[in-house]
Design a protein around this ligand. Structure first.
Ligand SMILES: Nc1ncnc2c1ncn2[C@@H]1O[C@H](COP(=O)(O)OP(=O)(O)OP(=O)(O)O)[C@@H](O)[C@H]1O
Length: 261
């Protein structure tokens, strides 16, 4: 079984500056990764590569066993679920929530003339129910709260039954209750052995759902540490990543961090 994601000697250069340098990183099917790092560390760039939205300047990337640059992206992309604020901005505000989720089957945003099967509709309704959104199926996307929009983005990302799920800051900007509810949903989704491999980006260790197995820490485009979450999310690695002395605590599978000086 090949790795779900494999980066080898990957370098991304923009404006003559190296914004990402990942010599060796792979994600296996059963793994759930969190990618942490300060603003500008290269986290979104990493997800753009993993979702086959961008190519590296050098190095090789294999997504679901297919090497970028040697594969048909239109076949590959539907196999990868991707939820991010950038994707959210492409969703028309007047689109019905059910359609936002259903159009994922056709890799489009904004309903046009596609013919949808009853099977797509039933699946979309099931996915909406799984993410506690069924009561909002007929609402328009633009009228949803931030928390409801985040859930809808994730529902859309899982609609195609992806083999890899990428989440860019799924709980950013949510209030405490909405964040905790979303983290609970993500934890139970991740706990299902049939769930795909997950790579989730966040700025805050408090936003890591229970069940995450691995962590990749980035600073200025470079990997500070990567591996199992308990070996990676240490005081030493986190302090080096964020550039100040930090103390990490874990309680019931949830992490928190605070400055020590
Ligand atoms: N097309 C581009 N041209 C020039 N610089 C770029 C380009 N895309 C990204 N960058 C720069 O690369 C760096 C990494 O950006 P990226 O968005 O991946 O970081 P990030 O870790 O996701 O940041 P944040 O947490 O603020 O979202 C930043 O300094 C950004 O300004």
């Amino acid at each position: 079984m090949p790795a779900v994601l494999k980066f080898t000697d990957v370098v991304v250069v923009r404006d003559q500056r190296t914004i990402l340098d990942v010599p060796d990183w792979s994600v296996e099917e059963s793994e759930r990764w969190v990618v942490l790092g300060p603003n500008g560390a290269g986290k979104s760039t990493l997800l753009d590569l993993a979702s086959a939205q961008a190519h590296p300047t050098s190095g090789t990337i294999e997504v679901l066993g297919e090497q970028l640059g040697r594969t048909d992206l239109f076949e590959l992309r539907p196999r990868v679920g991707f939820a991010s604020t950038a994707m959210s901005r492409r969703i028309p505000g007047n689109e019905r929530v059910l359609d936002v989720v259903m159009t994922a089957s056709y890799a489009v945003t904004g309903r046009w003339n596609e013919q949808y099967d009853e099977i797509d509709r039933r699946r979309a309704l099931r996915v909406l129910a799984e993410w506690q959104l069924e009561h909002l199926a007929d609402r328009t996307y633009g009228t949803l709260s931030d928390g409801e929009q985040k859930r809808t983005q994730i529902a859309r990302a899982v609609m195609t039954d992806p083999e890899l799920l990428l989440l860019d800051e799924p709980s950013a900007s949510l209030d405490l209750g909405a964040r905790e509810n979303l983290l609970r949903s993500l934890s139970s989704y991740a706990a299902n052995p049939d769930a795909p491999a997950i790579v989730m980006v966040t700025h805050h260790v408090e936003e890591i759902p229970t069940g995450v197995t691995h962590a990749l820490l980035l600073r200025d485009g470079a990997v500070q540490a990567a591996g199992t979450i308990d070996e990676t999310l240490t005081d030493e690695h986190l302090s080096a990543t964020f550039g100040l002395p930090l103390h990490v605590t874990v309680a019931d599978g949830r992490y928190s961090a605070r400055a020590t000086a």
